[in-house]
Design a protein around this ligand. Sequence first.
Ligand code: ATP
Length: 305
Amino acid sequence: MSWETRFRLLRTSDSIESSRRDDILPTPPLSTVVLKSTSNPETNAGTENAVTVRHATVEFGGGRRSRDRVKAIDNVDIPIRAGERLALVGQSGCGKTTLLRVVAGLQSLTSGQCEHHNPGSTSFVFQQPALLPWRRVIRNVQLPLELQSGNHNAVSARDAATAALKEVELSDATRRFPYQLSGGMKMRVSIARALVTRPDLLLLDEPFAALDDLLRTQLGELVTRLWRAHRFTVVMVTHNISEAIALSDRICVMHDGRISSVLENPVTQSQRDASVERSEDVRRTPEFAEFYGVVSDQLREAAGT
Ligand SMILES: Nc1ncnc2c1ncn2[C@@H]1O[C@H](COP(=O)(O)OP(=O)(O)OP(=O)(O)O)[C@@H](O)[C@H]1O
């Protein structure tokens, strides 16, 4: 089955399919997933939500033996506002990645709904950049557009890839192969590849976890700059509280498959329209320290420690 066909098979779980998408796409090797979206004015009335997750439950494994079944997420309700940056935090195994995969349309639900309200595309950035080693940087970035159009030599795709690489400050590396790049450069290529389709929704699954602190901060600032420029909706999984505070508008604390609290982030809200570029400046503010304490307390409370 060609990648193009596989991508067409992926779609949002408006009415949830029972077929396992995992069977279609065992480990997505690309960071970009294009989704068809639905628009339902009734369910989005009076709101500006990009996605609404309702009573979402995902159960894995066990067959008929209920004791072997795992509820990765359990009756989760979360509206994701258009243009916001939502961070998912919580202990390992609490269901963050599963929820993100549900939003991406990569994970079918056992029950409940995930509805995308606005037409547009969704891009996914994984922890591993997963670049195709035989393709030069520019052709890696072009790939989602080629898959969308079926045209492998479109000048427009090359132009869009060139522009996306400029945005991530990699104009000098367009002709290189992935093996010629550092870890941070590979991640920037992955971000450029995610942005080249001009997504409405950007999903990040611990994208910087494998990188050192400085690089992590710089890439976080890059994502903030890109978000300011394009105002797409961002949902990000992270284990790092500082990163969640620096890069989100709301923080969703999860525990044991459930959402235990959703916190409005006062730090980025006060900085939202200010031109604070260096996240170190944000991290030094008293608001940051105070909110860090609030998020830590919520995580501890959720875990009962
Ligand atoms: N494909 C699967 N088959 C069986 N169980 C799964 C599968 N995927 C996830 N799980 C289980 O579902 C639960 C939630 O997993 P998930 O990966 O969503 O957690 P997480 O919060 O992202 O964890 P981490 O922070 O360690 O990445 C865990 O108990 C996990 O073992």
